[in-house]
Design a protein around this ligand. Sequence first.
Ligand code: PHE
Length: 346
Amino acid sequence: MAERVYETLHQLETEALQELDAITDEKTLDEWRVRYLGRKGKATLAVRRLKELPPEERPAYGKAVNALKERLLAALEAKQEALKAQALAAELQVEAFDPTLPGRQPSLGRYHPSNLVLREIIDIFRQMGFQVLFSPEVETDDYNFGLLNIPPGHPARDMWDTFYTTREGVLLRTHTSPGQIWAMRQFAPEPIRVILPGKCYRYEQVTARSEMMFHQVEGLAVGKHITFADLKGTVVNFIRQLFGPERQLRFRCSHFPFTEPSVEVDMDCILCQGKGCRVCKYTGWLEIMGAGMVHPVVLRNGGYDPEEVTGFAFGMGPERIAMLRYGIDDIRYFFSNDIRFLQQFG
Ligand code: PHE
């Protein structure tokens, strides 16, 4: 009697393990679990055959059934692990994943060439005691022209044609010179030494040499006894720090309504050392900035007394400087966002 009961238990185990062995997917595996180990599973129900045994043999049989269930459970878990490992192996096969490959480099941003040069310019002037100010890109006609001694109808306005907004008298600034007025009005009657970097806009045909948007750096010093010699010293010091101590400069007479006298500053060509080449158009000289002594009318508009103080001002284009510095022959590269261009700097 007892033998037969144990025999059935043994058969049950053999059968269960054989079936388990043949299973290759999780769904069938789960069905197997329900069939043997579920609440009404064959192994679970096997305990009922206790009744067929004499009372003293029942505890031993109960233990045997529990041991069987534990073995089946262990076999089930082992099978689950095996299936998982198989699935992973299959997936790896398909994706050909190589865990030894190096990770992808995150792409890092870098400074735009205009910004690189702006930073150099700012560093040099800061070291000479200039503070850095910013003034609006959207300006009034007054700040861009009138207060700079360029009244309506003045022919100089043609040189600085710009974009007008739909609001009367509001425009995009054509130069950073209106920043002179902002700076003076902020600090008058105190002496000042400031530079004002920023974007400017012009209504112009876009060519290799001119963009409709570009940067300028304005410089302004106002105080007692400031002379043209101070302007020269400052500019010479600046250019030699930026382009090297051997640079030669020349100050050529020019005209700006907001400075008097006015000059254009040229530097000997860094490419041909002044001998003449394509870049300097065979003159040996490169134009670097406009400058001059601040016009008395402009000083007064800024809140200073031109009988008491004098000042100098200059304005330059960092893109032009970057073009010379890096040998770039077309200004349109700066703002066309071509990553192949931008990646070469910084
Ligand atoms: N604002 C002038 C320009 O854009 C440059 C300049 C600035 C000249 C300051 C003299 C003094 O051409």
